[in-house]
Design a protein around this ligand. Structure first.
Ligand code: PLP
Length: 437
């Protein structure tokens, strides 16, 4: 039996089509979070299945040290053409955590290649998620997910998150003074700039807070701080990239370019395990002209089958105009979520960027007080929503309850309305269980 939590009974999935999934008992679910914010182009796309089959018939696997492949070269060129002008090289792996690990290693290697080998620390933020492997987890600011491993994690410093709903930096916020961005400068000074390789941040915080969007000007200031202290910027776009927030990268909304960009999830939209680390020219040149050895890799790095899936997904993104759909479709979704927030005492805030939206759940909207963790409000809402045939994604931390609402980019306006109606009913179910109405 496949189990990742003792005693957890899950429905057995049968098939998917567009934004819907069916289990073997015949129940239909609207996939309101694209799984873990993965299925950007929707389920059951035959064109991707055929592209994968064609690649597997030719050759499914080669080791990246022995061969390159047409699928790999074409996918790297496509990604470079979509990325900012100063990013022209890509490293491929299977999952987001591997892509983040690679970004951290490339950053550390970069400083070593340019003769500054003490620069090894990565500064990140509390209430962030960068992955489950030990390096990525060391940069992750999610206390619950770190808890069992704290004693073996790397000593990476964490600073306050950029969260306008729960500003931890300035008592009188708003107006926002971007004190949260300045925390990076303080942390770099405290650690010594000679010891800091990179800053890592999600442009929109996903799994560790529920679609928390940094304030205007935040990433511009973070970029300036990185430049001032000679520190690389890693934008973790594993969840926010590939059209999810509109455009190829969410960081484009701040007009900022990072040095290294881990991506995953929507890149192959769940049709194959695929992730990528985009490498800026400055980092690429230093390593290429230095040792020449990009000393990161896994057995399935540059797997031809996964890259054929990625190419087919990008073809669909182009042909169906999905790069910019998250703007208008996300505005429709967010407006509906904000209307729910106005009606439901359980909802403290509705927020998001493009089709990466979330709800923060509170016990008191006036004081923004969260429920005690033992009430497991996030899990309760996710369960009640699923009972009504809608899937959303838990994004709670030790300091808040939150869910992600992020349907596939192919969601149609009437399906957004259906999602909102179901969520409305499930919020009411949850409030009556809690005696909140
Ligand atoms: N980075 C971000 C921003 C993520 O949201 C995630 C997963 O949710 C990861 C990294 C890790 O990706 P994976 O679970 O594919 O290893």
């Amino acid at each position: 039996m496949v189990r990742y939590q003792a005693g957890l009974e899950l429905p057995m999935v049968e098939r998917g089509d567009g934004v819907y999934l069916w289990d073997t008992a015949g129940t239909r679910y609207l996939d309101g979070s694209s799984g873990a914010v993965v299925a950007n182009i929707g389920h059951g796309r035959k064109e991707v299945a055929e592209a994968i089959a064609r690649q597997v018939e030719k050759v499914a696997y080669v080791h990246r040290g022995a061969f390159t492949s047409e699928a790999g070269e074409r996918l790297a060129a496509r990604i470079a053409s979509l990325a900012p002008a100063s990013i022209n090289h890509v490293y491929f792996a299977s999952g987001g955590s591997e892509a983040v690990e690679a970004a951290i290693k490339f950053a550390i290697q970069y400083w070593s290649e340019v003769g500054r080998p003490t620069k090894c620390l990565v500064v990140s933020r509390w209430n962030s998620y960068h992955g489950g492997t030990l390096g990525a987890l060391s940069a992750t600011g999610h206390r619950v997910r770190r808890r069992n491993w704290e004693r073996v994690l790397l000593p990476f410093p964490q600073v306050a998150p950029a969260n306008p709903y729960r500003c931890a930096c300035a008592a009188d916020c708003p107006p926002c003074t971007l004190a949260c961005a300045d925390e990076f400068a303080a942390a770099i000074e405290a650690a010594g700039p000679e010891n800091v390789a990179a800053v890592i941040a999600e442009p929109v915080v996903g799994a560790a807070g529920g679609a928390v969007v940094a304030p205007p000007g935040y990433f511009q200031r973070v970029r300036r701080i990185c430049d001032q202290y000679d520190v690389l910027l890693i934008a973790d776009e594993v969840m926010s990239g590939v059209g999810r927030c509109g455009g190829f990268l969410a960081l484009e909304h701040w007009g900022v370019t990072a040095d290294l960009v881990p991506m995953g999830k929507g890149l192959a939209s769940g049709y194959a395990p695929l992730s990528a680390t985009l490498i800026g020219d400055r980092v690429y040149r230093a390593i290429a002209e230095g040792s020449g050895n990009f000393s990161v890799g896994h057995t399935h790095s540059s797997n031809p089958m996964s890259m054929a899936a990625g190419l087919a997904v990008l073809d669909i993104m182009d042909r169906e105009g999905l790069w910019e759909i998250a703007g208008p479709r996300g505005a429709h979704l967010l407006q509906g979520l904000q209307e729910l927030a106005a009606e439901h005492p359980l909802v403290g805030e509705a927020r998001g960027l493009g089709l990466l939206c979330g709800l923060e759940l509170v016990s008191d909207r006036g004081t923004r007080t969260p429920f005690p963790a033992e009430n497991e409000i996030t899990a309760r809402l996710v369960r009640n929503v699923a009972r009504r045939g809608l899937l959303i994604y838990p994004a709670n931390t030790d300091v808040n309850d939150a869910v992600l609402v992020a349907p596939p980019l192919v969601v149609q306006p009437d399906q957004v309305d259906q999602l909102l109606e179901t969520l409305d009913a499930a919020l009411a179910d949850t409030e009556s269980e809690l005696d909140l109405d």
